[in-house]
Design a protein around this ligand. Structure first.
Ligand SMILES: CC(=O)[C@@H](O)[C@H](O)COP(=O)(O)O
Ligand SMILES: NCC(=O)COP(=O)(O)O
Length: 259
């Protein structure tokens, strides 16, 4: 396991650009401007490994139709992946099964939440998760569970059959903005170790940005994928989308080369 963990720790972290906020701006005028597909191409043309959307029940930003369109688009980029996030309602699952993304990240959001703000209570939802994971994997979709940085929850994830977990990083990001991330990073490290020791793949996301990503990846080794959208979109308002994507890709690459 030690050798495997060391091997994992040198894996390059891959960037998946979340397009929710492009979709939010698009929906504010009722036309296809800005185009979600255009910015997916900009992300992939500038080094992102994939794109992510989170179609919520109210379709406030990413829509079910985006899933189908992006599924076709990523096929034009060999090796690129679509990651669809969301609560496993029947409607959501049918969209995932229709669009067959490389990965589906299951998130325990209630319909009215302003954003994702917690991970799964895997013990409580074990039966639901087992069934959903099996259904998606039978369709060839890799499944990741959105989790708090809690080693005990992470250790339960393999019982669902899930392939990966995604560490919910809002608390880290908030503390990093206050210069206090050292106080919480250890719980992410322990949760990451629990994932790798359990044979799970490791993703991370939520509120990661150009200022906090490098410190996170330096401390939490073995992260295979970060999905980033909100801060990326805001940073792109000042610096340009292509430039910001290239900066994130450079940070991910540098982390993979770090000792
Ligand atoms: C699951 C997660 O942390 C984010 O990917 C989420 O998709 C953000 O959703 P909003 O873009 O609606 O805030
Ligand atoms: N899973 C996290 C994600 O896709 C994007 O989160 P954020 O960068 O929009 O906070």
């Amino acid at each position: 396991m030690e050798l495997w963990r060391n091997l994992r720790s040198d894996m390059p972290t891959l960037l998946s650009v979340n397009l929710n906020k492009i979709a939010l701006i698009r929906n504010s005028r009722g036309r296809d401007y800005p185009s979600v597909e255009h910015f997916a191409r900009v992300a992939l043309d500038n080094g992102a490994r994939g794109v992510t959307i989170h179609p919520r029940p109210d379709q406030r930003h990413a829509r079910n139709a985006d899933a189908l369109a992006l599924s076709a688009l990523v096929k034009q980029y060999p090796g690129a992946e679509l990651n669809i996030e969301g609560y496993p309602s029947r409607e959501f699952l049918d969209v995932v099964l229709q669009s067959r993304p490389a990965q589906c990240t299951l998130v325990p959001d209630e319909p009215g939440q302003i954003t994702s703000d917690h991970g799964w209570n895997i013990r409580e939802r074990m039966d639901l998760l087992k069934g959903v994971v099996a259904e998606l994997q039978a369709a060839g979709v890799r499944v990741s569970l959105f989790v708090d940085p809690d080693p005990e929850q992470v250790a339960l994830a393999p019982q669902t059959g899930a392939d990966r977990v995604e560490l919910y990083t809002e608390d880290y990001a908030l503390k990093h903005s206050e210069g206090k991330h050292v106080s919480v990073i250890d719980q992410y490290v322990k949760a990451a170790e629990a994932a790798i020791n359990a044979g799970l793949g490791l993703n991370a996301g939520h509120d990661l940005n150009l200022l906090n990503l490098a410190d996170f990846l330096a401390a939490v080794r073995g992260v295979e994928e970060v999905s980033i959208g909100h801060a990326l979109t805001v940073e792109a308002l000042e610096q340009g989308y292509a430039s910001v994507v290239r900066q994130y890709v450079a940070i991910c690459r540098a982390a993979g080369l770090a000792e």
